[in-house]
Each structure stands twice: as structure tokens, then as C-alpha cells.
Design a protein around this ligand. Structure first.
Ligand SMILES: O=P(O)(O)OC[C@H]1O[C@H](O[C@H]2O[C@H](CO)[C@@H](O)[C@H](O)[C@H]2O)[C@H](O)[C@@H](O)[C@@H]1O
Length: 439
């Protein structure tokens, strides 16, 4: 794809994918010590073609890239009794699954590897937690998904890493227990309890979040704010007559959506954006799902954000940490790559269509993401329930309590109420809560 050439102003989000995929499961090695550093400054040098911009924009490959940037959702026809696809057109997808196995069918392999490790979860938003919809302002996540994310965050440190502005993605999700990285990781709210990675001293300030809690605010592109606002205004003005075009201000980057633009006008959208960017050499262009994204020319992406958050959480350089990143977009490839290259953890690509990726596993759509999150909760909570039950048995503590009742409580799948109940019973009986022991 032409987009991957660094001789056009458009940079691909993902680096070329090497064919040397790591051994998928057993060869995932312990965490290797790496860290995000800016040894030579953060600015990227991007060679720009001096002439022929128009030709680039209007070339068929450019338009092909715009068209293929978000394939329509595939309907997978399942044979209910056998659970395999009966549609011939699904063959390619199922073939692709051999290379990027479903994280659901490989769940046991994943959890076997995760045994004794602390999982850290990183979740993209659009297309991962919420389905892709025509109107970006209406990309709401379901209550069930919110519930699944909330529960999983009770067990594992969980961060959202989105191209949206941090405020916007927080507005959609609304869970205070998560860490949030907006603007493709250029706006991160992290914990203060751990040491701030000391290789970014000038980008981090102590602040308070919406609940008044003390946090570290990391904004490596802060100086670009006026420039981003300026280019946003200019893009809004220049695209206002193109029906369906929408420009979104994501604080440290700007999205120019063409999903609802007649495809005959896509080249016009591309041309306008390129023309405007000619006046902003400190901004660059990347490509998402039916969206052109204008962002600062700094060496920062979702992969770097993952590394930064792991450091902030005190989870880097630890053999017993398994980061899992779930995302659907080209910008998520940077994070997949960081995990793959360092043998650090698993990238899971959300896609219903075959595509090359740096991820290790795949999930088809947000509903499968939800299933995966719920499975993690059940997996993590089961030993806890067993432990609770075992303690009751060993201590002979509740001799008078009907055993069947306890079994019922401990067999419940994901009910936190049941833990509370058991903990309360223990507390009332002056015993130390087993939750305090195992957490
Ligand atoms: O990193 P993400 O959380 O995945 O954000 C990437 C972009 O997502 C949004 O756009 C995409 O989703 C929209 C709603 O489903 C869809 O209409 C659009 O075509 C997609 O590109 C968001 O609006 C962008 O600002 C984000 O950069």
C-alpha cells in the first residue's frame, strides 16, 4: 500500500509486518526490560515529497487505501450444530484464524501462560468496546460492555487507549476505576503512587482528576495545542461544503471523517487535508477507519503509551506481568508491535475480516471482546471462590451453616455479591476476610 511509503505526507500507523511471527503461545518469553525513551528528542523526521502531491492524493492506490480503511462488517454464518461457517465466502476468514487464532477458543492457552502472572489490560475504544457507527458522537458502549469492563478492572489494572480526546472517551465509558490515555496516548492520566518514569520529566505534571484524586498527567504534545486548534478550525472551514464530512477535535489530534461522504468526493477530502497540511510541517497525517488523522510530528504512539503506563504502574521489567492489548485499528498496531517485539504480552486484533497484524490472537467484534473480558473475570475469580470454600471446610467454621447453601454461593459465576456475602459472614464471625489474603 502506498500509505506505507514514507515519501508521501501520509504515514501508515503500522510498521510493515514481519512474517516472522513469534511462536504464538509457548514461546512468549518473560518480560524483557525495555522502556520508552526520547534519547534524541521526540520530534520525528518525516521526508516529504516536494512535488507531485496532487498525483499522490489522486492516485488510485491512495483512493484504494481510503476505501479499504474500514471493511464493512462481515456476517459470519454459523452452522449451529457444528459451529463452523457454512458460507463459502467465510473460508478466507477461517483460514486467517489459523494465523490469528481466536482469543476465545485459545482462552485456555492464554490463561495457562498467565498463571502466576499479573495481567495488565489495555483496551482501545472505537471498534473494540463500541461498534463502529456512522456518527462518531453516537459511538456508545452498551451497559453490558460497561459492566464487563468494570468487573475486569476489579481484577486487573485496566487502561483505555484511544484516539479520542481523553474527556470524550471518559464521557463514553464513565468508569473512574480505569486509567485513560486519549489522543492516541498523547494525553495520559496515570497513578501517582508509583514512580513517574524519569525519562519524561518535562511532560508530566501532578494534577487532580474529576473526582479530586491526585494523578499524574502526561502530555508530551502539550506545546502543539494552539497549532491543533488552528488546523482544526481551518479543516472545519474547508470541508464545510462537503456533505457528510466531519472534523473532530481530539485535543492533541484532529480526525477528518469521510465515512458519510459520497465516495466520489473522497479524493476531494484527501486533497483538502493535504493542502492544509502543507502549511503545517510540524503536523503529520495517519489513516484510521474511514478517517484521516492529523497529529503532531512527535515520536509517540499507542505503543509508547503502553510502555509508559506499564512503567507508571510499576509493572515494567517484571517477569510476572502479562500485558494484553485489545484493539481494532491501525493505530493499535503500534501497541501490538511493542508487546510482540519485547516478547512482553499478547496483542488481540478485533476484526471480522482477514488482515495482517502484529497481534497474536483475534476476536471478531466487540461482542466477542465482551465475552473475552467476562471469561477473564470467571477465570480469575474461580480460584478465589475455591479458596473461600476450602477455608470454610478446613476451619469447620460454619458447622451449622447448610453446606449446600455455601456450595451454591461459591459456584455462582461472577457475582461479586456472593463474595461480599461470604466476607460479611466471616467478618461477623471475627475472622479475617479471605479476600484480604488472596487479593
Ligand atoms: O483509538 P480509537 O478509540 O479506536 O479511536 C479511533 C477513532 O475512532 C473514532 O472513529 C471511528 O469510529 C467512529 C464511530 O464508530 C466511526 O464513525 C469512524 O468512521 C471511525 O473512524 C473517532 O471518531 C476518531 O476520532 C478516533 O480517532
Amino acid at each position: 500500500m502506498d500509505l506505507k511509503s514514507n515519501h508521501t505526507p501520509v504515514l501508515a500507523d503500522a510498521a510493515p509486518i514481519t512474517k516472522s511471527r513469534l511462536g504464538v503461545h509457548s514461546s512468549l518469553l518473560p518480560y524483557s526490560p525495555t522502556g520508552a525513551t526520547f534519547p534524541h528528542g521526540m520530534l520525528l523526521t518525516i521526508p516529504r515529497k516536494k512535488t507531485g502531491l496532487l498525483e499522490d492524493v489522486r492516485s488510485s492506490s491512495w483512493l484504494d487505501a481510503m476505501k479499504s480503511s474500514s471493511p464493512p462488517p462481515r456476517k459470519i454464518t454459523k452452522d449451529v450444530s457444528h459451529g463452523f461457517a457454512s458460507h463459502e465466502s467465510d473460508a478466507a476468514y477461517f483460514n486467517w484464524l489459523l494465523k490469528y487464532p481466536s482469543a476465545l477458543t485459545s482462552f485456555e492457552q492464554i490463561t495457562n501462560y498467565a498463571k502466576g502472572k499479573r495481567i495488565a489490560l489495555f483496551l482501545d475504544y472505537d471498534g473494540t468496546l463500541s461498534p463502529i457507527v456512522d456518527n462518531p458522537d453516537c459511538a456508545f458502549m452498551s451497559d453490558n460492555m460497561r459492566d464487563a469492563v468494570k468487573k475486569v478492572a476489579e481484577y486487573f489494572p485496566t487502561a483505555i487507549i484511544s484516539g479520542r480526546s481523553r474527556d470524550k472517551v471518559y464521557e463514553f465509558i464513565g468508569l473512574t476505576e480505569l486509567y485513560y490515555a486519549g489522543s492516541h496516548g498523547m494525553d495520559i492520566i496515570g497513578p501517582v503512587r508509583q514512580a513517574v518514569p524519569d525519562n519524561h520529566p518535562n511532560c508530566t505534571i501532578r494534577s487532580t482528576d474529576k473526582q479530586g484524586k491526585e494523578v499524574n498527567l502526561f502530555q508530551p504534545a502539550a506545546e502543539f495545542l494552539p497549532l491543533i486548534d488552528e488546523v482544526f478550525e481551518s479543516l472545519v472551514e474547508s470541508t464545510k461544503d462537503i456533505k457528510g464530512a466531519k472534523v473532530e477535535n481530539n485535543k492533541f489530534c484532529v480526525s477528518v471523517h469521510y465515512r458519510n461522504v459520497d465516495d466520489k468526493s473522497w479524493d476531494l477530502v484527501g486533497q483538502i487535508v493535504h493542502d492544509i497540511l502543507k502549511g503545517y510541517p510540524r503536523l503529520r497525517l495517519t489513516h484510521g477507519r474511514k478517517v484521516l488523522e492529523v497529529r503532531p510530528v512527535i515520536d509517540w504512539d499507542k505503543g509508547k503509551a503502553v510502555t509508559f503506563l506499564l512503567e507508571s504502574l510499576g509493572l515494567s521489567n517484571c517477569d510476572d506481568v502479562l500485558p494484553i492489548y485489545i484493539g481494532d485499528d491501525r493505530t493499535d498496531e503500534d501497541a501490538f508491535k511493542v508487546l510482540r517485539e519485547g516478547n512482553k504480552g499478547y496483542g488481540i486484533l478485533v476484526s471480522s475480516a482477514p488482515k495482517e497484524s502484529n497481534a497474536v490472537y483475534s476476536l471478531r467484534d466487540p461482542s466477542e471482546v465482551m465475552e473475552f473480558l467476562k471469561s477473564l473475570v470467571v477465570w480469575k475469580s474461580s480460584p478465589l471462590k475455591s479458596l473461600i470454600y476450602l477455608m470454610f471446610s478446613i476451619l469447620g467454621f460454619l458447622g451449622n451453616m447448610p453446606r449446600g447453601f455455601l456450595q451454591q454461593v461459591c459456584a455462582q459465576k461472577t457475582s461479586y455479591g456472593s463474595y461480599n456475602l461470604v466476607a460479611t459472614l466471616l467478618f461477623c464471625s471475627n475472622f479475617k476476610s479471605p479476600l484480604a489474603i488472596v487479593n
